[in-house]
Every structure is written in structure tokens, then in C-alpha cells.
Design a protein around this ligand. Structure first.
Ligand code: NIG
Ligand code: FE
Length: 422
């Protein structure tokens, strides 16, 4: 018990949290702790004690702990700080000029093949200075924090030259250092083939492997390596090569898999030992079984199917019920397929379109998402010893979050023990 408690968050109406450090799959996703009239004592940026308010106060009193600041949660709902494990945070420009094209029914991959889509963001990102990218990303990061998010992942992939990829990753590093939120970086040089390599795709893969990857690791700019494995983008063979080379450079594989066409990305995720596979709308049963075998976390992105107007959604129920996979959820924030920073919108879409229960959704946005970033030991639950990352929602219970949609329920955010939103 600490002598000095920096913050006592008390008068919590309902505290909800998964328990443990590991990814929770199948039925265990529903199994969360719900505590009424709770309190959390924070010391040195970490959770010192959690329990009913009576238990916590008794424990502090018998230890003679001094309470520096008391924060009244006003009877509201408290969850672990949300974790957004898949974003394309740093990029230039926006793509509303493609809205009419999209609405007239031109498919996502066709817009890309026409040189638009991701490639239009590549042009804008190459043009932008590091400071311009920083200012734009900072605005989005603040928006995410206001949603109750305390840790995010951020990918490169809109530079597609050595310098422009490093530029994006440096912006993410600067934001991580300057902003209360934690950013975890992923190198995604294999996001699209840039126009100057059209018809010479394998040479672009050579550039990624021989020049980009070593620079990224030399400068310690990323922990993960991701590939857009998709028809007309990177093949399974090219993806395998990049992810294996990434591994050799110390980067843990992630993969945009089976989003539009069932190419076998989910199987590849299992084969290369990816920490997570993302999207998976078109994943086959063999692919899901392989992921379950290999312990790959499916990161589902319901904002993408919503925004692309698809009737097809990722098979979350099969993943949870049949394959006992530990599903995680994310915004996939990017300027094309999912232009939203709102984890709370994702929470509502996960309920509506993925048919996940509020308890499963909480697990998916906290401990499973934390594990998709290799941080389950540090964040993702409200338990003594973990980082004091908490979200306070103006909601009477957990089900209210997905149910009452389209507004921001956040009342406060505590990051590493510091009140950053109130
Ligand atoms: O995760 N699918 C590939 N990459 C992103 C979209 C990027 C973009 O459209 O700018 C995604 O959906
Ligand atoms: Fe993505």
C-alpha cells in the first residue's frame, strides 16, 4: 500500500473491467467484472487499489496513506481507458472529393486502381511537411482522447518512399513523446504500390525489404510491420516476404487480411506468427481455424464496412462462438475507408452489425486490443499494478454505450494517473 495516493477516483457508480493480462477469446469475452459504488486509488501513475469504495477507503486508512487529490466520478460509469489498435493516424489531406464517386457505386479497389484512394493520400502526404502532418494528426489524437481512448496504434504507409515513410513515423514518435496518449508505431510501407513502380511491383517490394525496413529498425521507429494483402495490392507471396523480412529486422507482423477478396491472408497470419490480422470480412473458415491455432488476434473494423456501404460484415459471432478467437475492435481511422476517430461509433456498430454483446465489446476495446499491441501486461484492465488509464462515461451502465448512439459519452479521462479530460 503506498504512503501517498496521488488520485483517489471515488463515487464510481459502476466500474466494469475484464480481468487478467491475456487475450480473452470465446465465452471468456463476456466474463467481465462489474462493481457498484467503487473507487480506484492511483499512485505513481499506476493503479494501487481497486474495490468497493468502502474497501478502498478502509485499506488506505489502515495503511495510513495520505490522499493528495480526490476526484468525484459523480456516480458515473468507469471502464479501462479504451485502446484503438489500428489507425492510419498520420497522413496529409482528406478524400471527400471521392464521395460522389463512392456513392455512385465505384468500388474501393477500383478507385485505387484509377490512381485515387490510398494513392491520392500518398500525394498529399508526400507534399506535406513533418510539421503539417504533426498538426493534423494532433487534432485527430485529441479527438480520440475525448472519446475515452488512452493508447493507439499508428501506421505509416502513405509515404511509400524511404524518406516519406520515415517522415510519417517520426511524426508518430514526436506525438508519442509530446501527447498524453501513448502511440505504438507500425511500419506499413506495403500499403499500396506507388505510381512510379506501376508494373514493377516486385521492385517496390525490394525497396521495402532492402532500404525501408533497415532504416526503420535502425532508427527504432516501429514495433510492428503491416502489409495490405489484397487482390491487386500485395499478393500472399509478396506479403510473406515482407513480413518475414520485417521479423528478421525485429518487427512483429500484422496483416490487413481478406478484407475484400478471400486471398488467404488469415492463413498467412497464422503461418508467419502475426500478432493480429485485421479486417477479415472475407476470411475463410480454414483461415479462422489457422488463426485460432496460431493465437492470432482478429482486429475487426466495423467502421470500414459501414462507410463503404457494404452489406457484408466480419463474422464476429463465428470468430467468438466457433473459433473462440479473442476479437479486438478498432476505428481503422484513415481518410478513405474509415474517416472517423470515434471508438464510440465503433462500439455501436459492433453491437448493430457484428452482433457483439456489450461485455464482449468492452473486452474487445480494452484487454484484447491491448494484446493486439503486445501490451496486455501494462494496460487494458483496471487492476492493481497496471497503468492508471481510465475512462469515465456519463452513462448509467455498460449497455448504454452501444445503445445510445451518435453522441460522445465521455465525461473524463485519466492517463497514467493524470486527469487529462474532465
Ligand atoms: O485499413 N485497406 C487498406 N488500408 C486502409 C485504408 C486506407 C485508405 O483508404 O486510405 C484500411 O482500410
Ligand atoms: Fe487499415
Amino acid at each position: 500500500m503506498p504512503h501517498r495516493v496521488d488520485v483517489l477516483l471515488h463515487n464510481i457508480g459502476t466500474l466494469v473491467t475484464p480481468l487478467g493480462n491475456h487475450p480473452r477469446g470465446g465465452n471468456a469475452m463476456k466474463d467481465i467484472q462489474v462493481m457498484e459504488q467503487a473507487a480506484v486509488a492511483i499512485a505513481g501513475g499506476r493503479i494501487a487499489v481497486v474495490g468497493t469504495e468502502e474497501e478502498v477507503r478502509n485499506a488506505l486508512q489502515s495503511a495510513g496513506s495520505e490522499i493528495v487529490t480526490s476526484v468525484d466520478a459523480g456516480g458515473r460509469l468507469v471502464t479501462p481507458g479504451l485502446v484503438d489498435p489500428h489507425t492510419h493516424l498520420v497522413h496529409g489531406g482528406s478524400r471527400e472529393h471521392e464521395l460522389a464517386l463512392k456513392r455512385s457505386g465505384v468500388p474501393y479497389l477500383e478507385i485505387l486502381a484509377m490512381g485515387g484512394g490510398i494513392l491520392s493520400t500518398v500525394t498529399a502526404t508526400r507534399k506535406a511537411t513533418e510539421d503539417e502532418l504533426y498538426t493534423k494528426a494532433l487534432k485527430s489524437l485529441n479527438e480520440m482522447m475525448l472519446q475515452g481512448v488512452t493508447t493507439i496504434e499508428a501506421k505509416s504507409g502513405y509515404g511509400l518512399t524511404v524518406d516519406d515513410e520515415l517522415k510519417q513515423l517520426r511524426v508518430a514518435r514526436r506525438l508519442h513523446e509530446a501527447h498524453p496518449l501513448d502511440l505504438v508505431s507500425t511500419f506499413m510501407g506495403a500499403h499500396a504500390v506507388p505510381p512510379e513502380y506501376k508494373g514493377r511491383e516486385d521492385e517496390f517490394v525490394d525497396l521495402i525489404v532492402n532500404e525501408m525496413l533497415p532504416r526503420v529498425t535502425d532508427e527504432g521507429l516501429a514495433e510492428f510491420c503491416d502489409v495490405f494483402c489484397e487482390q491487386g495490392v500485395f499478393s500472399v507471396e509478396q506479403s510473406r516476404r515482407i513480413l518475414m523480412e520485417g521479423k528478421r529486422n525485429g518487427l512483429i507482423p500484422k496483416i490487413h487480411a481478406d478484407e475484400i477478396v478471400s486471398l488467404g491472408g488469415a492463413q498467412l497470419a497464422g503461418e508467419v506468427g502475426a500478432i493480429s490480422a485485421e479486417h477479415l470480412l472475407a476470411a475463410s473458415d480454414e483461415g479462422l481455424a489457422e488463426m485460432a491455432n496460431a493465437g492470432v488476434i482478429p482486429v475487426l473494423l466495423p467502421g470500414t464496412s459501414f462507410n463503404l456501404g457494404l452489406i457484408q460484415h466480419a463474422r464476429a459471432r463465428d470468430m467468438i462462438d466457433k473459433y473462440e478467437l479473442p476479437v479486438a475492435l478498432s476505428t481503422d481511422y484513415n481518410p478513405g475507408s474509415s474517416p472517423t476517430e470515434s471508438m464510440q461509433l465503433i462500439i455501436s456498430l459492433a453491437s448493430l452489425n457484428l452482433k457483439m454483446t456489450p461485455e464482449e465489446i468492452l473486452t474487445a476495446c480494452t484487454i484484447n486490443a491491448a494484446n493486439a499491441l503486445g501490451r496486455g501486461f501494462e494496460i487494458g484492465t483496471i487492476e492493481a499494478g497496471k497503468a492508471a488509464d481510465l475512462a469515465i462515461f456519463d452513462a448509467p451502465n455498460l449497455a448504454y454505450l452501444p445503445y445510445h448512439f451518435g453522441i460522445n459519452h465521455t465525461f473524463g479521462v485519466i492517463k497514467s494517473g493524470r486527469v487529462v479530460v474532465w
